[in-house]
Structures are given as C-alpha cells and as structure tokens.
Design a protein around this ligand. Sequence first.
Ligand code: AMP
Length: 149
Amino acid sequence: MSATQDKKLTDIVIDDLMIPSEKVAHVQVNNPLEHALLILVKSGYSAVPVVDSSYKLVGTIGKTPILNKVIGLERFEMEQLSAMQVHEAMNTDIPRLSTSDTFMEGLKAVINYPFVCVADEDGYFDGILTRRVILKQFKRDYYTFKSEV
Ligand code: AMP
C-alpha cells in the first residue's frame, strides 16, 4: 500500500511523496563536467541534484549550462569538458524542501521547477519531489474525494 493511500492532501507530507536519494541520479561537486553530461544524457533527465563529498546538497546541474560552458565560435569544444568540474556550471540558487513540509508547500515549490530537492536540517540530501508526483496526487485526491463535496 502506498504511503498516501486514503490520505487527504492536508495529511500528506513531502516524505510520503519524495523519490528517496538512493533512487535519484546525482553527481558530485568535483566530478568532471564530462561525467555530469554522461549521467544526464544516459538518464534522459534535463537536470539532476549535486551533492558534496559528505552527501550534503549543494545545487543542481542541467545540460544547457554544461553545453554553454563549451560553446565556441563555430562548434561545441567538447574536449574541454574533462578539464572542468561540476561546480563551474551548477546552479546553487535552488529552493529546497524538508521531509516534514506539507503537500501545499511542495505544490508551491514545484510551480516553477520540474523537481525540487529535499534536504534535512543539516543539509544532507534526502531525495527529490517532482511536479509529476504532485500532479498525480492532486488528481487522485480529486477523484477519491469529489463524491464527498
Ligand atoms: P518527471 O516529473 O519524472 O519527468 O521528472 C522531472 C525531472 O525531475 C526530471 O527531468 C529530472 O530532472 C528530475 N528527476 C526525476 N526523477 C529523477 C531521478 N530518479 N533521478 C534524478 N532526477 C530525477
């Protein structure tokens, strides 16, 4: 049974909905950009979380900022990718949620982002909340409880 089965939206917290860190594709801050691009292309995701060596959340990285780093006058200079590291292209200005935040806090956070990272009070990476999961839960709630209105 899923953690949200029969729960109303007002009773759901982020912990019930997030994809746990062990199932999230991610990169480390000192990885070469070449590795990050490989992870992004192989996974099919447009962006993934970035963690430091102690597994604290530091940002996210996407394909476009990586490619912007190696854009030349007439071609992508892909050979530069192995000499640059993730911290040179990552975005550190990101929203974050905690596992105890409410469904509505999650909903507000994913309005502007396809996914939002979840971290604990010490900054350790817990997982991600995707817009897809929020929308699915909203739909389920609508059809489950509409007869009560
Ligand atoms: P989705 O709503 O499933 O299409 O996911 C939206 C975005 O969340 C993806 O484009 C990725 O950037 C991120 N994402 C979703 N699932 C994962 C995962 N398992 N590992 C890393 N990133 C993910």
